[in-house]
Design a protein around this ligand. Structure first.
Ligand code: TMP
Length: 204
């Protein structure tokens, strides 16, 4: 089996940059590695992502949003994550189960136990070996967002505050899996910390 590493954080935290750096580093080291993301890590998932992020005049019920993220995840687990792990790859994933807990749970207000249950159903036993949570203050997050915001980015500042607190709570509840990194530090510094953690855990 390969190694499953996820990156999490609020908007603009820099997780996508770090996920890419890690995948490039692993490939340079002649390791088998693949970079993927949620939502949208599969062909069908790209269509689900489009539905989730585009603005609509219709009511977008929070439970429908939750089901779509979980459907995207189940497609992803079957078509990408599980097959690559079985082939011994490092699978680097930009967002996974913790995003649903933080966004649809802590920020949106859906029942945390319901989300845990649906996450469990969607992942079919495929949990991350290690998760990096890149943490930044909400004010910096909102500043880093451009003018063109998608449906979720357009939520108000209170939503983003609940989101950040939610992520920190999830990390505190899973200290053996989730490492919190300070996203206000420069890119190279954060990446070095990621490598140090992987080496300390014997993953590299
Ligand atoms: P991205 O900006 O990292 O590509 O993620 C797309 C958006 O989807 C982002 O606003 C976070 C949100 N999201 C959820 O609300 N729940 C989830 O389960 C996932 C994976 C992402």
């Amino acid at each position: 089996m390969g190694v499953f590493i996820t990156f999490e954080g609020i908007e603009g935290a820099g997780k996508t940059t770090q996920a890419k750096l890690l995948c490039e580093y692993l490939l340079n080291e002649d390791k088998k590695a693949v970079l993927t993301r949620e939502p949208g890590g599969t062909e069908t998932g790209k269509k689900i992502r489009e539905i989730l992020l585009s603005k609509t005049t219709e009511i977008f019920p929070p439970k429908a949003e939750l089901f779509l993220y979980e459907a995207d995840r189940n497609f992803h687990v079957h078509n990408v994550i599980k097959p690559y792990l079985e082939k011994g790859y490092f699978v680097i994933c930009d967002r996974y189960i913790d995003s649903t807990l933080a966004y649809q749970g802590y920020a949106r207000g859906l029942d945390i136990n319901l989300i845990k249950m649906l996450n469990d159903i969607a992942v079919e036993g495929v949990y991350p070996d290690l998760t990096f949570l890149i943490d930044i203050p909400v004010e910096i997050s909102l500043k880093r967002l451009g003018e063109e915001k998608d449906r979720i980015e357009s939520e108000d500042i209170q939503f983003h505050r609940r989101l950040r607190e939610g992520f920190i709570k999830i990390a505190q509840e899973n200290p053996e899996r989730i490492v919190i990194l300070d996203g206000t530090k420069d890119i190279d510094h954060i990446f070095q910390q990621i490598l140090n953690h992987l080496k300390a855990r014997g993953v590299l």
